[in-house]
Design a protein around this ligand. Sequence first.
Ligand SMILES: CC(C)(COP(=O)(O)OP(=O)(O)OC[C@H]1O[C@@H](n2cnc3c(N)ncnc32)[C@H](O)[C@@H]1OP(=O)(O)O)[C@@H](O)C(=O)NCCC(=O)NCCS
Length: 213
Amino acid sequence: MASHWRTTARTARDAILEDLDAAIARDPAAGSRREAFLTSPGLHAIWGYRLAHRIWQHPAYRLPARVLSHVTRAVTGVEIHPGATIGRRFFIDHGMGVVIGETAEVGDDVMLYHGVTLGGRSLRRVKRHPTVGSRVTVGAGAQVLGPVTIGDDVQIGANSVVVKDVPAGAVAVGIPAQVRAPVPGLEPEELLDHRSGHLDLTPGTGRSRRGPR
Ligand SMILES: CC(C)(COP(=O)(O)OP(=O)(O)OC[C@H]1O[C@@H](n2cnc3c(N)ncnc32)[C@H](O)[C@@H]1OP(=O)(O)O)[C@@H](O)C(=O)NCCC(=O)NCCS
């Protein structure tokens, strides 16, 4: 029994460290693990969600899971339904105003900015929220609505409204979002990496390329 709890504690600790490192890698304002641990509402939201999601797995405890979710929302401004499925190293920068619905599925290494909705367009109790691949970034205020599929490595522009599937590697911007073809040779991470380097606009591509300092 004691070894079970030791293993659980170690797993939880590893997951927290992984989340902290993911946050530091993606948030230029995050100074240290300690600072991120104490001050990042996005991290507090995901930790609250992870606990609520575990509780949600037991049908008898769904109400406590919803209550925990509600408390997390009050503290962080982020509402993640405990029934949603979210992968590893998920990060929400700034936190406030994010809503993730019950049947949403999110892959690994996904980053959302504040004000993002992964929401439904149907009131029926069916799969009604988006399925988001891995390494996806969703810009501030973007709304992804309905049971659409967002492929791996997609970038969704700030304030876009996505109501159709987006293929892997694409950039989707606007209302309704228009899908732009991926540019060969440009790493998706580079598009939003505002930690390092400046962006050099390359004419004719409609996309940014990182230039030398
Ligand atoms: C979508 C995004 C990833 C595109 O980055 P990019 O591939 O480097 O593309 P560019 O900036 O070169 O823009 C490409 C084109 O899309 C347009 N565009 C970019 N972002 C847009 C957006 N959010 N809404 C509408 N159009 C947008 C640009 O005007 C440009 O149009 P053009 O080809 O007609 O000139 C980026 O613009 C974005 O929105 N990132 C979100 C950042 C964010 O939310 N930050 C919050 C920090 S607190």
